[in-house]
Each structure stands twice: as C-alpha cells, then as structure tokens.
Design a protein around this ligand. Sequence first.
Ligand code: G3P
Ligand code: CA
Length: 346
Amino acid sequence: MIRILLAAAILPVLTACTEPAPVSQAPDASTPDAAPAWATLTGQAPRVIAHRGASGYRPENAETAYRLAFEQGADILEPDLMMSADGQLIVRHDPYLSTSTDIADRPEFADRRRTLMGREDWWVMDFTADELRALRVRQVFEDRSSDYDDRDPVLPLDDFFDLVDALEAACGCTITTEPEIKLPAEHVAMGLDPLPALLDVLERRGLNREGAPVIIQSFDAPFLQRLRPVTPVTLAMLYGGGDDPAFNAGGLSLEEIAQFADAVGPHKSVLLNPDGSSTGYLEAARALGLLVHTWTVRDDRPPHVGESVEDELRALYALGVDGVFTDQPDTAVAVRAAMADEAAAD
Ligand code: G3P
Ligand code: CA
C-alpha cells in the first residue's frame, strides 16, 4: 500500500500499483484494477462516467458525444431520459427542445410550440419518437463549441443502445451505461409512465438481470421504489442536498435509501467541504454498502475544491468515490492514471 499526497488538499489515500481498466466493465466485474488499492467500495479504480457523453466537447446526449467519450476512455456512458408522445424513452436532459435542437428552425413544427411548466417552448412529450429523431442536436452552453451542431439526431433510447452495441462489437468489450430517468412523476401525470417503457427496453436488450452493465439513476425516490421489486439492476438515488424534496430524495435518510437503492449519486458539495475535508456523507453511505457516484466535474467551471479541476478530481478520488460524472472524460481519465503512476513510483 502506498501513500498518495494530494497536490491541493494534501489528503492521503491508500492505493496500489495498478492501472485503471482500459475498457468499460460492469460495476462489480473482475478487472485488472481489482487489487485492494483505491478507497472505493470495491477497491477497483473509480469509474469515469461520461456526463451526457463527452458533453464538454460535443452537443450533450448526442452520438458524437458518446463516441468521443468512449474514445477518451470513459468507463460508463450516461444518457438522460425523457418520454415521447408515443411512449418511447428519449435521450434528452431537458423536457423542452429549443435550446438543444434545431426545432425553432423547423417550420413544420412552428404551431406545436406551447406553454408548459411556465415556459413557452416545444416539448419532448408532445412529439413522437420519429418526429424527435428527425431533429438535429445543438450545443446548449454558449461558451462551448458549436462546431458539431445540426449533425446528429435526437436519440430514442433504443438508438442509444444500438450505438452501445456497435461500440461493444468494435472493441470486444462491455460498456456500462447509467441512464437517468428525468421527471418520472411529471411524465406519469401526463399519462406517460417511464417505468414500463424502461422495463421493456431492458428486457429486450437482455439487461433486466442481476449484474447487467446498467445503472438506473433518478432524483425521484418513489420511482426507484417502484422499480426495485421489478428489476435486479443497480439503482442509484441522486441527491443534491438542501431542502428541496425534488433534490434531497424526499428527505429520506441514507438508511431508508439503502432499503431500495444500491448506490447514491450526490452532488460533489455533499461529499467534500470547500477545504477538501470530508463531510462524512461518503463514509456513511459506504457503511451501508452503497456505491457513490458523484456529479458533476467540469473543466470549464470553477472547482468546488482546490484551484483546478485536477485538484477537485484528486480530492474526490482520494475520498473514495466509486464514480465521477464529468463533461470531460479525458481529464478524469488522465488524473486517475496520474494518481496510479504516482503510487507506482512511490
Ligand atoms: O445524473 C447525475 C447528474 O447528471 C444529475 O444532474 O441535471 O446533469 O442530470 P443533471
Ligand atoms: Ca443526469
């Protein structure tokens, strides 16, 4: 066991001379990095989760973003999921379409704009999967490149899994995915329950089984509680902290969350104080056997800890997170490799 010193927070971590797995694996799969080294639940290297794909470089939730994330060495690909009018899960983060697609330039859809949730826009749940597939996706963040705008279609979840299948066939590897069900209660209120649609996709893809390389995440605790009896796949309860029940698991304790979830997905500020010290949340989750996948690390936004994104990643890895959602997988992969190299040289 070798001690690594964090550049910024000077936090110790016990690790060993192993390289992270070069390809994606199921969360509990045996991998070359399985030696008891990293401070993760399994002892495996922390997983790099491509947040909406490599969304720091490409339009989010687009084929090009997922392909780039895979090329950059991400272990897990994250699609956010909404529902279409005809009951298909659609890979979109926002329920409205004007900021992430070219729909405003489509005269055929001009009269489909309407006010919902206090906003005038076009809405995913008003369009069929085929209509959505005809749209082209765009960069959402004004300070990020728009060079890849208007190329890729909006992806139904089945199209996303077709892409995953193609990547797996090309690499001869298994790719773990971490779909997030967005706004399940709101969809149910509109007559669009995402649960049977999700189960249908998982069943058809052979993924509704113990050990499947898929993790289902949601901010909605009742949705995960409904899922628990009908699927053995890993379930992750997202957690933003604070007082808003939409982001604090409805006020449930970690002990209560552990009754139906296998993992928690806390915001990074829930785990680390600004000085880099632990809040104790990860240790409490770990004591209950919960995996911890934290969000969101971004190269182009101020870090929560330290002076740079590298400092922040080192602090999270040293703490023992099992996975990190990031918009720039290449940075998270590089920092993880650097920490392994430093340990090997120590
Ligand atoms: O799913 C983890 C994280 O992505 C939650 O935030 O809004 O980026 O989906 P959001
Ligand atoms: Ca998400």
